[in-house]
Design a protein around this ligand. Sequence first.
Ligand code: DGL
Length: 282
Amino acid sequence: MMAQMPTIGIFDSGLGGLSVLREIRAQLPYAPLLYFADQAHVPYGPRALDEVRAFSEEITRFLLSNGAQGIVVACNTASAAALHFLRERFPGVPFVGMEPAVKPAAEQTRTRVVGVLATPATFQGALYASVLERFAQGVTVLQDTCPGLVGQIERGALQDAETRRILETALFPMLERGIDTVVLGCTHYPFVIPLIRQIVGDAVRVIDPAPAVARQVRRVFASDTTDGWGREVAPIQYYTSGDPATFSALVSRLGVEAGVVRAVRWEQGRLYEKGYVVAEGK
Ligand code: DGL
C-alpha cells in the first residue's frame, strides 16, 4: 500500500505565497495543502526581523497543530527573518524556504547587470548577504524595494496606474544601467509579471522562483511511495488573519484555486480559529 502524501503547510504575510502554492499544486496535486495568510500583519517587508520571526514561529505552530507535517515558508521576508530559527525551534519538521534567485540570474546574465526586487527586510537579512557573496561575484546587482507594491497586490490592483508607477520607478533606472534579468525576490510580485513585461519588454528575463521552489518541495516531501495514483484531490484549506470574504474574492481574482477559507485571530501573540468559514469546496 502506498504511503499517504504528507500534509504541507504554506505561509506568507498575505496573498504572495499563493504564487508558490499554485506551483506546488501543479507539481504535487495529491498533497493536502494548508495555506496561512497573515493579512492582519501584511506587509512584513518594513517590519523588524524579530517581529517577523515571532509571527513565523506562531504560524508554524498553528499549521503543525492543524495537521501540517512540513512547512513551506512561501515568503522571502519570513525566510530571511526566521528560516534558520524555525529549523532549530521545530527539529524533525521539514522546512522549505526561499531566497532571492540571484544564482540563476548570475548564471544566465550576459550584460552582467541584474535587478532584484524584494522587501527591505529581505535585503537586510544575513541570507541575502550570503546569497550575494556566494553567487554574485563579478555581477552588478541593482536592488529596489518597490514601496507600496505589496499593498497594491493585496488590494488586487494588478494593472492600475499606481502599480505601474511603482514598477516603472524601480525598473527604468535598472534598464538604463543595462539589466537583462530581473529577479522577483518577493512572492507577491509574480502576480504583476504581465505589467513588468510591458515595462521591461521581451529581451529582459524575469525570474519567478516558484517553479524551482515547488521542485524542491517535491524532493523534500514526496517519494516513490507517496505516489498519488488513484487518490482524491483534497480541497485547499485556507486560513487568514484578515477578512476571509475579502481573501476568498482575491484568491479568485488572482486565478488561484478556491478552497475552504477559515478566519483566524491573533490574541497576545497566539493564533486562535474564529470558526468563521466562508467558502466551501472547490
Ligand atoms: N511575500 C513576501 C515576500 O516574499 C512578503 C511581502 C511583505 O509582506 O512585505 O517577501
